[in-house]
Design a protein around this ligand. Sequence first.
Ligand SMILES: *[C@@H]1O[C@H](CO)[C@@H](O)[C@H](O)[C@H]1NC(C)=O
Ligand SMILES: *[C@@H]1O[C@H](CO)[C@@H](O)[C@H](O)[C@H]1NC(C)=O
Ligand SMILES: *[C@@H]1O[C@H](CO)[C@@H](O)[C@H](O)[C@H]1NC(C)=O
Ligand SMILES: *[C@@H]1O[C@H](CO)[C@@H](O)[C@H](O)[C@H]1NC(C)=O
Ligand SMILES: *[C@@H]1O[C@H](CO)[C@@H](O)[C@H](O)[C@H]1NC(C)=O
Ligand SMILES: *[C@@H]1O[C@H](CO)[C@@H](O)[C@H](O)[C@H]1NC(C)=O
Ligand SMILES: *[C@@H]1O[C@H](CO)[C@@H](O)[C@H](O)[C@H]1NC(C)=O
Ligand SMILES: *[C@@H]1O[C@H](CO)[C@@H](O)[C@H](O)[C@H]1NC(C)=O
Ligand SMILES: *[C@@H]1O[C@H](CO)[C@@H](O)[C@H](O)[C@H]1NC(C)=O
Ligand SMILES: *[C@@H]1O[C@H](CO)[C@@H](O)[C@H](O)[C@H]1NC(C)=O
Ligand SMILES: *[C@@H]1O[C@H](CO)[C@@H](O)[C@H](O)[C@H]1NC(C)=O
Ligand SMILES: *[C@@H]1O[C@H](CO)[C@@H](O)[C@H](O)[C@H]1NC(C)=O
Length: 744
Amino acid sequence: MRTFILLWCFGLFLTSVVGGNNETDRLALLEFKSKISDDPLGVMSSWNDSIHFCQWKGVSCGRRHQRVIVLDLHSQKLVGSISPNVGNLSFLWKLNLENNSFYNEISPEIGRLHRLQVLLLNNNTISGTIPSNFSSCANLRVFHVGVNSLVGEIPTKLGTLSKLKIFAIHKNSLTGIIPHSFGNLSSLEGFSAAYNNLSGSIPDSFGQLTKLKIFAAGSNRLSGTIPPLFFNISSITEIDVAVNQIQGHLPSDIGITLPNLETFTISNNQFIGSIPISISSASNLHILNLAENKLTGKVPSLEKLNRVRLFSVAENQLGNGGANDLSFLCSLSNATSLRDLEINTNNFGGELPKCIGNISTSLTLFYLNNNKISGNIPSVIGNLINLEDIEMWNNTFLGNIPSILGNLQKLQFLDLSQNNFIGNIPSSLGNLTNLLELYLGDNNLQGSIPSSLSQCQNLITFHLLHNNLSGIISSKVVGLSFSLNSLDLSGNQFTGVLPMEIGNLKNLEHLDISENMLSGKIPTSLASCVKLEFLAMRRNFFQGLFNATDGFSSSNLIGVGSFGSVYKGILVQYKHTVAIKVLNLGCHGASKSFKAECEALRNIRHRNLVKVLTVCSGFDHQGHDFKALAYNFMGNGNLDEWLHPTPRKINEALEKQRKLSLLQRLNIAIDVASALDYLHHHCETPIVHCDLKPSNVLLDDEMIGHVSDFGLARILHDIVHDSSTNQSSSIGVKGTIECLYQIF
Ligand SMILES: *[C@@H]1O[C@H](CO)[C@@H](O)[C@H](O)[C@H]1NC(C)=O
Ligand SMILES: *[C@@H]1O[C@H](CO)[C@@H](O)[C@H](O)[C@H]1NC(C)=O
Ligand SMILES: *[C@@H]1O[C@H](CO)[C@@H](O)[C@H](O)[C@H]1NC(C)=O
Ligand SMILES: *[C@@H]1O[C@H](CO)[C@@H](O)[C@H](O)[C@H]1NC(C)=O
Ligand SMILES: *[C@@H]1O[C@H](CO)[C@@H](O)[C@H](O)[C@H]1NC(C)=O
Ligand SMILES: *[C@@H]1O[C@H](CO)[C@@H](O)[C@H](O)[C@H]1NC(C)=O
Ligand SMILES: *[C@@H]1O[C@H](CO)[C@@H](O)[C@H](O)[C@H]1NC(C)=O
Ligand SMILES: *[C@@H]1O[C@H](CO)[C@@H](O)[C@H](O)[C@H]1NC(C)=O
Ligand SMILES: *[C@@H]1O[C@H](CO)[C@@H](O)[C@H](O)[C@H]1NC(C)=O
Ligand SMILES: *[C@@H]1O[C@H](CO)[C@@H](O)[C@H](O)[C@H]1NC(C)=O
Ligand SMILES: *[C@@H]1O[C@H](CO)[C@@H](O)[C@H](O)[C@H]1NC(C)=O
Ligand SMILES: *[C@@H]1O[C@H](CO)[C@@H](O)[C@H](O)[C@H]1NC(C)=O
C-alpha cells in the first residue's frame, strides 16, 4: 500500500513537473476560448467558472487526474484561431476541431502534445505550413488537415511517426515532393494528398508500406513512374493518381498482385502500353478509370469484374478500328452494378455488338462518341431502361435512329450527331419527357420534325443542324419547352416562316436557323427572347433566289441598275414573279447603297413606291458576301424605255405598241408626284430619293408608275444607320444578327 501511495505521489510530482497540472489545463482552455471570435451556436457559453472545466462542452477529462484528454468541438461553426496554449493540454490524445472556420496557422506548440494520437483539423481555413515538430507526437495515429489553405512542403521529419495510420492533407496548396522518409511509416494505411501542388515522383520507399490500403494523390503535379514495388502491396484497395503526369506501363500481373483493389483511377496521365489481361482478376474493382492516357491495343475481357460500377477507358488510343474492337463489351454482362461505361474517344471500330442488350439495366451513362463505330444501333439498346445519358456522336453509325430509344424514359442527354443516320426522326422520342439535351445534327435525317417532340417539355438544347429535314417549323416545335436555351435548325430545308411562338422561348440564348429556305418576316415576338445572345439566319434566301433566277443566268438578266444587276425570277414557292437586284459588292458604294435602300424602304408603304419583298444579306455558295433585294416584278419595265425606246432587250410585239398616250404620261406624272409627296410629307421622317429619273420609275401591268431604286436615298433628320445594328437594337437582341430581315 505504501509503495502504491509513494508511486502515486511520485506520479503526481512527475505530472506537475513534466505536464503542468489541472490549473494549467483550465488556463489553456480559457486561452483557447479567448481566441474564438465567433460562436453562433453559443458552445463557449458553457465554458465558465460555474462548472468544472471537465464539464465544459467538448471537453473530456481523464477520470484519475482531471486532466483534459479530449477536446472535440467539430462542426460547431466556430470561427477563430487555435491558441498555442492548446500545446499545454499535455494529457490530450484527441484534438478534433474539424469542420469549423478556424484560421491562421497551426502553432508548432501543438507539437508538444506527446500523447496526441488523433489530430483532426480538416475542413477549416487554416493557413501557414505544417509544423515539422509534429514529428515529436510519436503516438500520432491520425493526422488530418485536409481541406484547408496550407502551403509549404510536407515535413520530411513526419516520416518518423511509426504509429501513423492516416495521413490526410488533401485540398490544400502544398508543394514540394512526397518525402522519401514516408516509406518508414510502417503503420500507414491511408495516404490522402489529392488536390495540392505536389511534384516529383511517388517514392520507391512506398513499396515498403505493407499495410497501405489507400493511396490518393490525384490532381497534383506528380511525374515519373509508379515504383514497381508499389504494385506489390497486396493490401491496397484504392489507388487514385488521376490528373498528374505519371508515365509508364501498367504491370502485366497487376490484377494478381493487387487482389483487393476496389478503386483504380489513373485517368489523365501519360500511361502507355496495353491494359493488362490480368486486370479482370482484380474482381473487387468498383471503379476502374483509365481515361485520358495513351493506352493502346485491345481491351481485354472484363468478365470477372462483377462489381464494377464505373469503367472508363475514354480518351486513349485503344482499338484498331477493327470488327472485334468492342467484343469486350460482351464480357461486362455480369457487372450487375455497372452505372458508367465510357469508351469514348478511342479508335474503336466495328459494330456495336448486340450483347450490349445484356449489360445490366443499372447502366445510366454510356459514352461511345468519337470512335469509328459503324452499323446500326442494335434495338436491344432499348433494354437499358435506366440510361440517362447516351453519347454516340462522331461515329459512323448507319441506318435509322431506332424508335426503341423512346423506351428509355429516363434519358436526359441524347447525342447522336455526326453520324450517318438516315430516315425520319422517330416520333417516339417525344416519349422522352426527361430529356434535357437532344443532338441529332450532322446526319442525313429527312422529313419534318415530329410534333410529338413538343412533349419534351424539359429540353434545354435542341440541335438538328446539317440534315435534310424539311417542312415548316411549326409553332408546336417552337413551343417545345420554356426552358429551351439553344435551338439550332441550321443547314436544313425548312420552309415557311418562323412562327410567332418563338417569342415564348423566354430562356432562348442561341438561335440558328441559317441555311434553310425560310421566308417571311422575323417575328417581332423575338424581342421577348430577352436572353438571346446569338442569332444567325444567314443564307436562307440565297438558295431560293438562286433557284428563282435559274442560277442568276444571263437569260434572266433584265437590267443593270445602280450598283448591281437586276434579274427576273419566279419564286416557285409563292408562284410570284419578282425582280431581284443583286448588288455588285465590288462596286464602290454598293454596300452603302444597300443600307440606304433598306433603311428607306423599311417603314414606307405607298401604291406608287416599288414594294420590296425581301432583303437578303448573307453569303453565296462560295461564301462571298451576297446582298440582294427582291421587288414585285413590274411587267412594263421602266419609264425610260418607253420614253427612249431602244431595240435591245425588248421583244418585238411590245416594241410595236410601246408609245405612251398623253393620258398615260399624265397619270404616270401624278403617280410619281404622289410618291414624292408621300416621301417628303407623310413619312415619319422625310425621305429624299436623290436619284429620281425615268429609269427609276417602273411601270406595272396596268401602266401604274412606281418609284424605285432608293440606293441613294437620304433620310432627313437622321443619320443613315448601319441597318444591321439598327435592326438588332430594334428587336432588343444583344448579339449580332448575322443576316437578313425581310419587309413585306
Ligand atoms: C486540481 O487537482 C487537485 C488535486 O487533485 C484538486 O484538489 C483540485 O480541485 C483540481 N482543480 C481543478 C480546477 O480541477
Ligand atoms: C455557465 O455554464 C452553464 C452550463 O452550461 C450555464 O448554465 C450558465 O448559464 C453559464 N453561465 C454564464 C454566465 O454564461
Ligand atoms: C459540418 O458542419 C456543418 C455545420 O456547420 C454541418 O451541417 C455538416 O453536417 C458538418 N459536416 C460534417 C461532415 O460533419
Ligand atoms: C502555455 O502555453 C503558452 C504558449 O505556448 C505559454 O506562453 C505558457 O507559458 C504555457 N504555460 C502555462 C502554465 O500556461
Ligand atoms: C466544411 O465546413 C463547412 C462549414 O464551415 C460546411 O458547410 C461543409 O459542409 C463542411 N464540409 C464537409 C465536407 O464537411
Ligand atoms: C515545437 O516548436 C515550438 C515552437 O518552435 C516549440 O515551442 C516547441 O517546444 C516545439 N515542440 C517540440 C516537441 O519540439
Ligand atoms: C498550383 O500551382 C499553380 C501555379 O503555381 C497555381 O495556379 C494553382 O492554384 C496551385 N494549385 C493549388 C491547389 O494550390
Ligand atoms: C527509415 O528509418 C531508418 C531508421 O531510422 C533510417 O535509417 C532510414 O534512413 C529511414 N528511411 C528513410 C527513407 O527516411
Ligand atoms: C512482388 O511480390 C512477389 C511475391 O510476393 C515477388 O515474387 C515479386 O518479386 C515482387 N515484385 C517486386 C517488383 O518486388
Ligand atoms: C471525331 O473522332 C475522330 C476519331 O475517331 C477524331 O479524330 C475527330 O477529331 C473527332 N471529331 C470531332 C469533331 O470531335
Ligand atoms: C411512345 O411514342 C409512340 C409514338 O409517338 C407512342 O405510340 C407510344 O404510345 C409512346 N409510348 C409511351 C410509353 O409513351
Ligand atoms: C432549289 O433547287 C434545288 C435543285 O433543284 C432543290 O433541291 C431545292 O429544293 C430548290 N430550292 C428552293 C428554295 O426552291
